[in-house]
Write a protein that binds this ligand. Sequence first.
Ligand code: HEC
Length: 391
Amino acid sequence: MVSSPGRLVVGSLTAALISLGVFACGDDEGEDGLGTDATPDPEPLFRALEDDLIRTCGGPNGTCHVRGSFQQAPTWLGGPDPYVTVKRYRGVLPATKEVGDSILLTQVRHAGPALTEAPNDLYRRVSDWLTAEVPGPPLPNTGAFSVLSGFNSIPLDTVAPGLTDARLTFLATETNGTLTLDALKLVAPPNANVKVDSPFFVILPRSGKVKAEPEVNGFKGELTVPAGESVDLFTGKMILLRWDPTGQLKIAFNKIESTPGQSSGGACTALDLFNSSALPAMGKLVDLLPDDDEDPGEPLGQGSCLGCHAKAPPANEGPSPAVQAMDLRAAATDPAAACAQAKIWINRENKAQSTILLNPTGKGNPQHPMKALTDNDPIIQGIKAWVDAEQ
Ligand code: HEC
């Protein structure tokens, strides 16, 4: 893409990029705006770069980000005082308190330039100003991770002290740029209670503006998970729009802390029904499906819940994906331990919405490699009798 000063080129591309204008929102003329010093007061830092920023991002006569008359560019430099406007504009001062997440720094070349291409060292000066506005420390967060289709388990070990073995788990589905996270759970380690406050999902596209918008992609409020338990993260569901499948996610928390705790073992209260009803049901035969999209609908023979979820791995291999998702390997030797694992997949607020019932009926994880059963299949009924009794 070539941009030539003062010229406006509009080209129609694909449906996704409806129309892409290229013009020089920046030019080299003008004073050197260097005037920053070590003062912690952010406003002078902004005032010193204001003219350069307007010249770079305002576009010819302010038609871009000052007046917004070109392609309805957002007017984050508009209003009577650009300093007031810019600070209020969503994403400029990043909600993660990590300056590198600011939309100003992560925007790439679009109709206008990327800040990294701007003259007079503008990128660094904007970053210094933002650092003065948002001195940190950054909110506790998971760091960037890639999302797998299906089951994901995100360790929280590095987010804050005392969180070894804490994790967030969810089932992910991506359709046409929308990422849906279901069965979203916070799992506390056996020796610590975990309390979180207002977590939110940060979208990190492979290239382009970071989206750190707690009001849109987050939950409000506090949630405490007792040691050894797993609880739906608020509604247990999150829909992220404009998802770039090649991008990554990050989860940030307004606060996250742990207090020493003692797991009750997540013990089942209806172990007898688990043994007499759920386990026999989970040993019955079901039709298998390939676990990728190659030949959906074509059965691969038969197996059972336990055949996959209780299967010991071959020597010197780690547990299979089925066991990593739900570990029933103790079913024969220590049913109470297996029951505690299966119980993680019960939704205690709404039993009918339990993943352990939704998955085998084709209403949960779309990657689940077995042919869907009907709700009144004896296997489902057998599992359900235990699910309904479990406290
Ligand atoms: C062919 C092997 C296979 C069979 C049979 C099977 N599962 Fe799974 N199951 C898996 C795999 C693999 C995963 C992990 C899916 C992923 O990584 O997306 C899984 C995941 C799960 C999960 C955790 C949530 C999730 O989707 O990750 C639950 C609950 C579950 N299965 C329940 C059952 C029940 C109940 C049955 C029997 C009615 C059953 N499964 C039969 C392979 C199997």
